[in-house]
Design a protein around this ligand. Structure first.
Ligand code: GDP
Ligand code: IMO
Ligand code: MG
Length: 427
């Protein structure tokens, strides 16, 4: 198999975890490159469900190396919890997981800051996952972050922690009127985390490049989605990392030629969780039906996801900014039984019809979707694994997506289970 990068094309939760789990079979290494435990990637094997937050979805296979790259931010207590939970469920983690020395740590004060800032924003809040993502990436850019490797240099670690806490505690008290953090308590906890994580820590940039040189197959696992990318998303209603394909290069320390294919995961309709503009959002029964049929509740926070029809304006943007070479359509089965399917092909804005995703937030907020309508299908597609067994109108829906985006559909997911998958091309 080629070295494939899997990226979300919408606002996250497209089914990346499931797809990565399926592709892992033919890979040697699976690597995450950005985000943190704001992600929730679901894999269903038989009747057993796993939700991965930080650890690559490849971990559920016995013999694959899983890398958490330098671009990922790590809440050490969340990582330890995830490792231990997987181990309790019989998954081999210790043998397979490698964690970058250069990854930045989500510290307890980042979580407090995230929540305090959101509370102050009131109605304008981003609707973050409350995991400390924004403040951690902000500290990284401001050069006040603390990295995994710093845990192993206690005097240096102490110095940085003390400097950060002095600033942060002041902000927490005076600006946000919240609790402050005790230096010794934070330090002691971090030393416990260090001892538990030591066996996983590695120079993952060296490691992954060695694997590539040896001809091993790498699967790159994106988190979040294109419209949540800090550069290419609906800023400021985004996450704080580069969720698009470009993030993989800096987030792992690889060159562009280490990626052969970039596959965009496309949910057959659109969802978004949290605040921010969402032009195709449906507030009616159809929206509710998509949410219930699709089980659209956040894998990390349990929040109901906002739902709407497929949005081609979003997808055209995703094709371009990620350089997509293939599309993977998921949750096709959720559309079973709808007599008509709508697809947004442009945005009406005042007197014009926009066909490219606008950069201006006030414009996006005013856009009204312009739909085309297609006939649905009554027959179930759930668990279908052969293209010829799909209803004609489902095939037409897939062809329509492929034609409108000029990118081939390479895989199709027809249910949540690992086995509900259809391969349409060789790669
Ligand atoms: P991710 O963040 O992109 O990995 O996606 P999530 O795991 O947050 O959300 C996707 C949800 O859809 C999960 O509950 C999956 O089990 C489920 N899912 C994935 N693919 C399919 C599919 O083809 N059909 C159905 N019905 N559910 C799916
Ligand atoms: P996966 O990998 C869906 C959203 C949050 C919020 C915004 C910023 O499972 O697709 P953050 O906590 O990152 O500062 O929140 O981004 N968000 C996600 N939405 N799927 C995700 O990840 C998300 N990760 C963050 O809801 O709107
Ligand atoms: Mg998710």
């Amino acid at each position: 198999m080629a070295n494939i990068l899997v990226v979300g094309t919408q606002w996250g939760d497209e089914g990346k975890g499931k797809v990565v789990d399926c592709l892992t079979e033919k890979a040697n290494v699976v690597a995450r490159y950005q985000g943190g435990n704001n992600a929730g990637h679901t894999v269903v094997i038989g009747d057993t469900e796993f939700i991965l937050h930080l650890i690559p979805s490849g971990i559920l296979h016995d013999d694959k190396v899983c890398i958490i790259g330098n671009g990922v931010i790590i809440d050490p207590s969340a990582l330890i919890e995830e490792i231990e939970e997987l181990q309790r469920r019989g998954i081999r983690v210790e043998e397979n997981l490698r964690v970058s020395k250069s990854a930045h740590l989500i510290m307890p004060y980042h979580i407090l800051m995230d929540r305090a800032k959101e509370a102050r924003k009131g109605e304008k809040k981003i609707g973050t996952t409350g995991r400390g993502i924004g403040p951690t990436y902000a500290d990284k850019a401001a050069r006040s972050g603390i990295r995994v490797v710093d845990l192993f240099w206690p005097e240096y670690f102490k110095e940085r922690l003390a400097a950060n806490l002095a600033d942060i505690n002041e902000t927490l008290v005076h600006l946000h009127n919240t609790e402050v953090l005790d230096f010794n308590e934070v330090y002691d906890k971090c030393m416990v985390y260090r001892d538990k994580l030591e066996r996983y820590v590695d120079d993952t940039d060296i490691l992954i490049n060695e694997y590539i040189k040896e001809g091993k197959t790498i699967l790159y696992e994106g988190a979040q989605g294109t419209l949540l990318d800090v550069d290419h998303g609906t800023y400021p209603y985004v996450t704080s990392s580069n969720a698009t394909s470009g993030g993989a290069l800096t987030g792992l320390g690889i060159g562009p030629r280490c990626i052969d294919e970039v596959f965009g995961v496309v949910k057959a309709y659109t969802t978004r969780v949290g605040g921010g503009p969402f032009p195709v959002e449906l507030f009616d029964n159809t929206g509710n039906l998509l949410r219930e049929k699709g089980g659209e509740y956040g894998a990390t926070t349990g929040r109901p996801r906002r739902c709407g029809w497929l949005d081609m304006v979003v997808l055209r943007h995703a094709v371009r900014v990620n350089g997509l070479t293939g599309l993977i359509i998921t949750k096709l089965d959720v559309l079973d039984g709808f007599s008509k399917l709508k697809v947004c092909v442009g945005y009406k804005y005042r007197d014009s019809l926009l066909t490219e995703f606008p950069k201006e937030l006030p414009i996006i907020q005013e856009c009204v979707p312009h739909y085309e309508e297609y006939d649905g299908w009554a027959e179930p597609t759930n668990s279908v694994t052969h293209y010829n067994d799909l209803p004609d109108n489902a095939k037409a829906y897939i062809n329509m997506i492929e034609e409108k985006l000029s990118v081939p559909v390479v895989m199709l997911s027809t249910g949540k289970r690992r086995t509900d998958i259809l391969y349409l091309r060789d790669f």
